[in-house]
Ligand binder design. Structure first.
Ligand SMILES: *Cc1c(COP(=O)(O)O)cnc(C)c1O
Length: 376
């Protein structure tokens, strides 16, 4: 059996080496390292893939979120509602911009921001909602957009974990996660569903004016060379990363399908087990692209299971062990423990198993057998 890894980037690279290497070589041959044609080509290809008017590449997913918020003109003191159960980058940029983060609880079934909790958190100061499509599963964008419209709020989608996922609407239409809110942000960190070989990110929007504003912000606030109209940042996707992404984008759907297949095999083995709640897999809309495969372990010792798996050479992880409202950096007297029952429970129950494009049947069977052997 091949060595088990949380993410197996080497086996994936071995299969695409010739295309990726050729794409990188073109950049080396032309020395167009910054804002070269590869970046533009990737931008166009991603716009087409997502069905969105504008993609603005940038340096990483955290920058993408920050720049999206800067582009919307959010001001210090504006309240921004986001999920308590996510990676810290989401709340970090809100705080950095001196906006006021308002963390709210998540939904027990899809682990995404709770619609009821959003409604309860809205005040006259609320300006935006940041749903996170956590672990690759699209949040309930239809409900979120409805609330946003009612209260005149911006929606900034954190799509770092769900590129390629579809959101399905009640009229039967589908849209790609990240393209539904006023603006979306993604990351091309190597382990993400579409990963480059370094850092990378992008911002998506269908709004021409916002796209123009953001294109200036990523480039020192310049719209005309050496004329700085707004305070910007330096956040660029470099051409070598764009070359990697251009080679990998045509494979994204097959990569997501490979993740879904692995998830199906896992879930089949765990079906009906009294101690395991496996993520549900929706066959009609591809709303979950399994950035992570995350179980809830109930009435059993999750940490001992983790030790058991690790002793057998099976990597696993707790995403995320501490709710954001309990983190020193984001604590706030307004938060009460009783407002976060779901996050507080999830941090004790969740465990993520190896998930990537290269898992084979033998590996999956070894992993599921090992989980079941412990829980018996
Ligand atoms: C990875 C990630 C980010 C940040 O992306 P970077 O490219 O690492 O800056 C933001 N939000 C979520 C939910 C993520 O998983």
């Amino acid at each position: 059996m091949r060595k088990l890894q949380m993410v197996d980037l080497k086996s994936q690279y071995d299969k695409i080496k010739s295309t990726v290497d050729a794409s990188i070589q073109e950049v080396l041959d032309t020395t167009t390292y910054i804002n070269g044609p590869k970046v533009h080509e990737f931008q166009k290809n991603l716009e087409e893939y997502l069905g969105v008017k504008h993609v603005i590449p940038c340096a990483n997913g955290t920058d993408a979120l920050q720049i999206a918020m800067m582009g919307l003109g959010l001001q210090p003191g504006d309240e921004v509602i986001t999920a308590d159960f996510t990676f810290a980058a989401t709340v970090e940029v809100i705080a950095l911009l001196q906006l006021t983060p308002v963390l709210v609880d998540v939904d027990m079934v899809n682990m995404n921001i709770s619609i009821e909790a959003i409604k309860k958190a809205i005040t006259p100061k609320t300006k935006a909602i940041v749903p996170v499509h956590l672990f690759g599963r699209a949040a309930n964008m239809e409900a979120i957009m409805r609330i946003a419209e009612e209260h005149n709020l911006y929606v900034i989608e954190d799509n770092a974990q769900a590129i390629g996922a579809n959101c399905r609407f009640s009229d039967g239409t589908k849209k790609k996660a990240g393209t539904i809110g006023h603006v979306g942000a993604t990351s091309f960190f190597p382990s993400k569903n579409l990963g480059c070989y370094g850092d990378g990110g992008a911002i998506f929007t269908n709004d021409d004016t916002l796209a123009h504003t953001i294109r200036g912000i990523v480039n020192h606030g310049m719209y005309v060379r050496y004329h700085h109209d707004v305070v910007g940042v330096n956040s660029r996707l470099d051409s070598i990363q764009a070359a990697v992404l251009n080679a990998k984008l045509p494979l994204l759907d097959s990569y997501n399908a490979a993740r879904q297949n692995a998830a199906r095999s896992y879930s089949k083995a765990f079906e009906g087990h009294k101690n395991i709640i496996a993520p549900s897999i929706c066959d009609i809309c591809d709303c979950h692209v399994f950035h992570q495969y995350t179980l809830r372990i109930i009435d059993a010792d999750r940490n001992a299971l983790m030790d058991h798996l690790q002793s057998k050479g099976i990597p696993c992880a707790i995403y995320y062990p501490i709710p954001l409202h309990s983190q020193k950096a984001y604590a706030d007297v307004r938060y009460k423990e009783e407002d976060f029952p779901v996050t507080n429970q999830l941090v004790k129950e969740v465990i993520s198993l190896p998930m990537h494009t290269e898992l084979d049947d033998e590996q999956i069977k070894f992993i599921t057998d090992s989980v079941l052997e412990f829980l018996n």
